[in-house]
Design a protein around this ligand. Structure first.
Ligand SMILES: *Cc1c(COP(=O)(O)O)cnc(C)c1O
Length: 425
């Protein structure tokens, strides 16, 4: 028996069409100012690298970003270096001890900022005997996030290592903007000023990089492509922006906490993005069975839910081991038959119980949507004939559990099968 065992019904559907259209939209936003690097780290934000990386390349993507060398190697197996449209693969999180050889073997482009990372790459280059200047690296500058990157004042030390005889070639200077969505743009401006000053130092050191590589969906959506491209041009460079979340069809909130009065000030790119970008991922399961319980029945571990009347409950094949946050017990709903069914009791490791008392005809095998949409049988606006839809968004999950959509997506468990689908979602 070589056929794979069908998985239990808890899966993710990936619309590669939505992903491709989202990329094209973001590229259009960046044009003519900047190139787009598609961020596919952490298994493509939980969406599945093996499905998403080839889709991005099909849509014309030339740059992919992953976190680690091992993610880069996985991306190379689905986007081979010797293929027609082989993309550059940037290893955003840097290289670790013993990984230099794999960087060269898989033709990856590492981000560097620590001297020991240069040691690792130089040693591997010496062992494989590659030519001078044949290993491109992106030098990250810490412009204020204090996370990774070299302090601007110390950039000369790193540059001194990248001589014409070195196997390394400085292909890009990179930084991450961490507050591109703030209201007055002060932090952002400070970061960009530090970046500009660092580019001056690099020029003074007689070095040149082709690309200026700057971060994130928010940076792109808040119109930073123009600013970054302007700076790049002043230094004879080209600009590159790195959207992640927006690629998956979720528009980050513009400075959350400011409320409706701030929405007017939202940059026009955000508004356009909200109208155009489509969610790529839907997370689904099925009803395993339906049971009728009497008033007084308890549900789940510790009986945290007690039926106050006779109820109809459905068991769903999803639990916290699949990534459904345990905090959602007794305080969230899932969709079945286009209607919201409250989660009752605690979320178990592998199972969840929902209240379907008010929903007609629920039976074993019915689709349950954990994140995504179902057509609703109840039109939401009077006079509109077409059935509306009910939708649970990544922000709904995030708001209910005190986190952000990035974490909601990346928490979806490895055992949840990722399936490529193409229809509109
Ligand atoms: C994750 C990441 C991005 C993408 O950020 P989004 O907010 O998801 O668009 C860009 N650059 C770096 C360095 C990152 O780590």
């Amino acid at each position: 028996m070589n056929r794979p065992i069908p998985t239990r019904p808890c899966w993710v559907e990936i619309s590669t069409q939505a992903l491709e259209e989202n990329l094209r939209f973001l590229e259009k936003l960046a044009e003519p100012h900047a190139e787009v690097l598609a961020v596919l780290k952490a298994n493509a934000y939980g969406h599945g690298l093996a499905i998403c990386a080839p889709a991005v390349v099909r849509a014309g993507g030339r740059w992919l970003g992953v976190n680690s060398v091992e993610e880069g190697a996985a991306a190379r197996t689905v986007c081979p270096a010797n293929s027609d449209r082989a993309p550059h693969i940037l290893v955003i999180g840097g290289v670790f001890t013993g990984q230099g050889e794999a960087v060269i073997h898989h033709a990856l482009t590492p981000v560097i900022w620590e001297p020991w990372q240069l040691d690792e790459l130089e040693n591997a280059a010496r062992q494989t005997g590659i030519a001078a200047g044949s290993l491109p690296v992106h030098l990250e500058i810490d412009t204020g996030m204090s996370r990774q990157g070299v302090n601007p004042a110390e950039v000369a030390t790193i540059l001194a290592r990248i001589t014409p005889a070195s196997p390394l070639r400085l292909e890009a200077v990179m930084t991450h903007l961490f507050a591109a969505d703030e209201t007055d743009g002060r932090v952002n401006a400070e970061q960009l000023a530090r970046l500009d000053e660092t580019l001056n130092r690099i020029e003074l050191a007689g070095q040149f990089a082709e690309w200026l590589n700057v971060g994130s969906s928010v940076a792109l959506l808040s119109g930073q492509a123009r600013t970054v491209a302007g700076m790049a041009a002043r230094h004879g460079m080209k600009a590159m922006l790195r959207p992640g979340l927006a690629l998956y069809g979720v528009v980050p909130r513009f400075d959350p906490g400011f409320g409706p009065e701030f929405e007017a000030a939202e940059p026009e790119e955000f508004v356009a993005a909200r109208q155009t970008l489509r969610p790529v991922l839907e997370w689904k399961s099925q009803v395993v069975g339906v049971r009728q319980v009497e008033a007084g029945a308890t549900v789940g571990y510790k009986g945290t839910f007690v039926a106050t009347e006779p109820m109809k409950l459905a068991l769903v094949a999803v639990g916290y081991a699949d990534g459904l946050d345990r905090k959602l017990g007794n305080r969230f709903s899932l969709l079945v038959r286009g209607q919201r069914a409250p989660v009752v009791g605690r979320v178990s490791m592998d199972q969840t119980v929902i209240d379907v008392t008010e929903i007609e005809g629920v039976k074993a095998g019915d689709e349950v949507v954990i994140l995504g949409a179902q057509p609703s049988p109840v039109p939401k606006c009077e006079g509109q004939g077409a059935p509306d839809e009910e939708r649970i968004t990544a922000y709904d999950h995030a708001d209910a559990t005190g986190t952000i959509p990035w974490e909601v997506f990346t928490r979806i468990g490895a055992r949840v099968e990722r399936r490529a689908v193409n229809g509109r979602q």
